[in-house]
Design a protein around this ligand. Structure first.
Ligand code: RIB
Length: 286
């Protein structure tokens, strides 16, 4: 089973001629609203990969549609609570080259209670995975609880926050970062990252592929060469697919290939959760 303690957002996606610069007012050429949030995207990706996924999260009274959409993607939302707060949302500008700039308002994502997390993990144990990102509160407490139950903790250090990373790191089995986050992390920790040999680090490097670093050994899987139309959520799609592959018993290389292939398909589509491919399309590409 894959548990995902993660954010649920309404994504407002604006197509813009270029990313706005300070002081500029810019007219978008299109606007769509859809399910997003790094957490929800990872749950959808793992579920579309074929895994059983329980999402642990929160929305406000305005977020019933988001729960329905997650359920429509096959995600178990028994532990998504409705709080007396507003649902998180994201303002996403996407330029003509597929690059993006995102502002999030966390809302209910940051107001979750430990009691709800504890009750969600009640029957979890060895063989189960916990996915975490940086858009909720309580990541470190959730990670510590998962560790105490021998779950495998997979943490995407995004959006990067030195304090969150420092707090969560002692309980992480697999740390997923892009190359920018990897540089930020090594800057924050100095050389102490090499003092954590038990932790696997997965570093995504865009068109330069992805590395699996474990016990000072690096396994590399190249990226698929595709022309992106929208890179938003590609890291989430990758992480969800990789963990689903690992949960199936795949080797690191097989799981990374599954993840890079899913992300390659996703960036050729516009959108976030809705753009995540189904497993049969990924298998066809593989
Ligand atoms: O990684 C993409 C996601 O970041 C978007 O879906 C948005 O909601 C923000 O969380």
């Amino acid at each position: 089973m894959i548990y995902n303690f993660g954010s649920i957002n309404a994504d407002y996606i604006y197509q813009v001629p270029h990313l706005p610069v300070p002081g500029e007012t810019l007219a978008a050429t299109a606007l769509t609203r859809e399910l997003g949030g790094k957490g929800a995207n990872q749950s959808v990706a793992a579920s579309r990969a074929g895994a059983q996924v329980i999402h642990v999260g929160a929305v406000g009274p305005d977020g019933a549609w988001a729960i329905s959409e997650l359920e429509g993607h096959g995600v178990d939302c028994t532990h998504v609570t409705m709080l007396d707060s507003t649902t998180g949302h994201a303002i996403i500008n996407v330029d003509t080259g597929g690059e993006n700039a995102i502002v999030i308002f966390p809302g209910a994502n940051q107001e979750q209670s430990l009691t709800d997390v504890e009750s969600a993990f009640m029957v979890a144990g060895q063989g189960d995975f916990l996915l975490l990102q940086n858009e909720t509160n309580l990541q470190a407490k959730a990670a510590k609880l998962a560790r105490s139950k021998d779950m495998t903790v997979v943490y995407s250090a995004a959006p990067f926050s030195p304090d969150s990373v420092r707090a969560v790191l002692p309980y992480v089995d697999i740390l997923v970062m892009n190359s920018v986050e990897f540089s930020q992390l090594t800057e924050v920790l100095g050389d102490t990252i090499s003092d954590l040999p038990a932790m696997v680090q997965i570093v995504t490097k865009g068109s330069a592929g992805v590395d699996w670093i474990e016990n000072e050994t690096t396994r590399h899987v190249p990226a698929r060469k595709v022309k992106p139309v929208d890179t938003t959520g590609a890291g989430d799609c990758f992480a969800g697919y990789v963990v689903a592959g690992l949960a199936e018993g795949m080797s690191p290389e097989q799981a990374l290939r599954l993840g890079t292939s899913a992300a390659a398909l996703q960036i050729q589509r516009r959108g976030t959760a809705g753009a995540i491919p189904i497993r049969s399309d990924v298998n066809a590409l593989l």
